[in-house]
Design a protein. Structure first.
Length: 428
């Protein structure tokens, strides 16, 4: 029987015994955390209603050890890193653990029926595969970001900050090809990790590694949505203008997420400058924080509002009250922010190459554009500015797509994760 056949045949496991699953997220649980962390927060919240089937622990990294009980069957455990990237480099979008073994985590993993890693590269993943081999515990993996490419972009940006743009930078970046070297190291770790896990789940639907198609092809971890929270009904333009100082009679473009080069947010500045030079009354609202914030503020001045990280309720209200959503990242496997904006009825422009562009290109409320051509983005936005009826139709199509094609978080848990976890637990 194939793996997918076993998955379909595994429904009786949960009725016999509650499945104990440990999910490993080698990132900090914080108010400023990105979509990777928020994805597992939403899934953990959904798991509270599945207490008869599932006992779920989500492990996060953090300097203050904590245990947070969501219910008697769902909890977060935060453990200090063994060797954090913060010891080496301060300016990273997210810090993780560079050690290859985490003794405290290893001790916690031995009691699970299934271990689920959410990266293939760092301390939690390497600890999980070693524990899995020693104790016969199946390890499942899911991909949330194109980490090798993210690392290449981040390394290049760090070299620029350290060395400038002169001869030293060209030697490190072009001659020694250090960013490509880092990318290659992580790609090799990904291949090794796939060789050790029972199943790997993609988010964009693209093959993770052509050498191991049987481990991931057809296994998809989608992103969910809370359609009541993220809804066009929350639109309140007066509140948006008052809360964030957005000028009236301007088209509001919005982005939510980390403000770093890996997310391609530097593209937003030339888009805005092109629109302003053409005489369009536009304002950019950013919900998030990151190393590129100062450069964007310097370039755009009063036509930019940096709101910082917003909680779920406030960011939902902001989405619904804006006019267009821009998602320039080409490395996200499936961006939560773009899905949330669509659910709020926003016309959405996304960069080619991202998971949302690949999996949702048939949505009439979304346009896919090159991630390196700000002039084309500006031209499309100018067309939408001139055509309010088209914007309204795209917004309605975005909401319709969210209602009919994007699952709830409970559906993601029940349809994508539980069958895989139950199937691999039976096989051992």
């Amino acid at each position: 029987m194939s793996f997918l056949g076993q998955t379909a045949a595994s429904g009786g496991h949960s009725a016999r015994r509650r499945l104990k699953v440990g999910v490993l997220v080698d990132l900090a649980l914080s108010d400023t955390a990105g979509g990777h962390v928020k994805c597992w927060q939403r899934l953990a919240e959904a798991a509270v209603e599945y207490r008869e089937q599932l006992d779920l622990t989500v492990h996060f990294s953090g300097f203050e050890p904590r245990r947070i009980e969501l219910s008697d069957s769902v909890r977060y455990i935060i453990m200090p890193p063994v060797f954090s990237t913060a010891r080496v480099i301060r300016e990273l979008p997210d810090h993780t653990d560079l050690a290859r073994w985490h003794p405290r985590l290893a001790a916690a993993l031995t009691g699970y029926d299934v271990i689920h890693t959410t990266d293939a590269f760092f301390c939690y993943a390497s600890t999980a595969t070693r524990v899995g081999r020693r104790h016969g515990i199946p390890v499942v993996s899911s991909t949330h970001t194109n980490t090798p490419e993210y690392a290449r972009i981040t390394t290049e940006k760090l070299l620029q900050r350290l060395l400038g743009h002169g001869r030293a930078f060209r030697a490190a970046n072009d001659n020694l090809a250090l960013p490509l070297f880092v990318k290659g190291l992580l790609e090799a770790r990904l291949r090794r990790h796939l060789e050790q896990v029972v199943a790997a789940m993609g988010s964009s639907g693209a093959a993770l590694d052509p050498k191991h198609p049987d481990r991931h092809r057809g296994l998809l971890l989608r992103r969910g949505i809370d359609r009541a929270l993220f809804s066009p009904k929350r639109r309140d333009r007066e509140w948006l203008e008052r809360r964030f100082g957005v000028p009236s009679n301007h088209l509001v473009l919005m982005y939510a997420g980390k403000l770093d080069a890996g997310k391609n947010v530097p593209l937003l500045a030339p888009i805005m400058l092109n629109l302003r030079e053409a005489g369009h009354r536009v304002h950019l609202l950013l919900a998030g924080a990151g190393a590129e914030q100062r450069a964007l503020e310097d370039a755009l001045g009063a036509s930019l509002t940096c709101a910082g990280p917003l909680d779920q309720t406030e960011v939902a209200r902001a989405y619904a009250s804006a006019d267009l959503f821009l998602f320039p990242s080409a490395i996200d496997e499936l961006g939560n922010a773009a899905i949330e904006a669509m659910a709020c009825g926003l016309p959405t422009l996304v960069a080619a190459g991202s998971g949302v562009a690949m999996r949702m290109a048939d949505c009439a409320g979304m346009l896919v554009l090159p991630g390196d051509n700000p002039q084309q983005w500006a031209a499309i936005i100018a067309q939408l500015i001139a055509d309010p009826k088209r914007r309204a139709a795209m917004g309605a199509a975005s909401r319709s797509f969210a209602e009919t094609r994007i699952p709830s978080w409970a559906e993601v848990l029940e349809q994508d994760l539980l069958p895989i976890w139950q199937a691999v637990a039976i096989r051992v």
